[in-house]
Design a binder for this molecule. Sequence first.
Ligand SMILES: Nc1ncnc2c1ncn2[C@@H]1O[C@H](COP(=O)(O)OP(=O)(O)O)[C@@H](O)[C@H]1O
Ligand SMILES: [Mg+2]
Length: 357
Amino acid sequence: MVAFPLPPGSTIGILGGGQLGRMLALAAAKLGLKTHIYCPEAGSPAFDVAADFTCAAYEDAEALSRFAASVDVVTYEFENVPGQTAAILGAAVAVAPAASILAITQDRLTEKRFIEAQGIPVPAFANVESLDDLHAAMALLGTPCVLKTRTMGYDGKGQAKIMSPAEAEAAWHAIGRKPAIAEAFVPFSAEVSVIVARGRDGQTAVFDIPLNEHRNHILHRSSVPSGLSEATEKAAREIGQKLAQSFDYVGVMAVELFVVGDRLLVNEIAPRVHNSGHWTESACMSSQFEQHIRAVAGWPLAATERFADVEMTNLIGAELEDWAKLAAEPGAALHLYGKAEARQGRKMGHVNRLKQR
Ligand SMILES: Nc1ncnc2c1ncn2[C@@H]1O[C@H](COP(=O)(O)OP(=O)(O)O)[C@@H](O)[C@H]1O
Ligand SMILES: [Mg+2]
């Protein structure tokens, strides 16, 4: 195994070739580090900006071994890395964040139990493996409530809101009768997130807290400052740091939070860089992507200081068509992901708008 810090010229392997992998590769290049992207989809956005790529299945043990042998450390841009893939890589090369953290955060039930065990509040929840379980959960949680598949959910997929007990059966079918959790519906006043980096030396660095607004269950806008009180922001930062410590985390992770009055409840953890942190690229000393690369390469973390107020807006699907107008807009930093097809609901790019403080 290699020694950290990795010197410039070293290669970071990244599993996943979407926009997050692409932005990680760009940040690595800025520090003189090479990247090798591993992704099963031909034409993945990150392939364009990396020194090397492997286009192979996550189950392809031989391709994984070759990949592991060609890099100095492996990280990921998504949390649903199959356990077997992480195990094959972990046997051959340093992997960060650790595979055990992926295993916990891939499953909404183990994730919520882990968070609760750290003494951090989450919405009331119950394990649901059958329609009977769902009825029992609803007796406990009341309605409305939200049924979510334990694994593989994203952008609101694999979820159903249940307004009354009469809707339980339809919801159970809608999510495909898969192992799930039911959560009490949280009447939140806002959604925010914490983007926290933790280095190999255990140091942490936290960015300012963004306020997140969703449209059709997809992040639409993140604004900083969040407008929350200083005390609430401090509490949010502490939750991020505490979770990063308790995972012995290396890299950047995001914690999505519901704000209810002056209370914070953790919605979910993303063990990776996060869409609600894209503004850091334009408004801070260092981006979330640079922090992640620094952490996995064993470098010291950079300052997270923010020097402008900022609003990040996602460009979803056909919104990409506005690119020329956005490119001409003063004060707007445009970032496009180079995806060939602007399918509905697909994240095509984002724009960071800086505001005078
Ligand atoms: N228990 C809940 N109460 C109220 N709204 C919720 C609840 N759970 C999820 N939501 C809403 O749905 C969105 C997506 O849910 P989330 O659990 O974050 O799944 P995903 O993995 O799809 O991001 C949240 O950002 C929030 O707006
Ligand atoms: Mg979410």
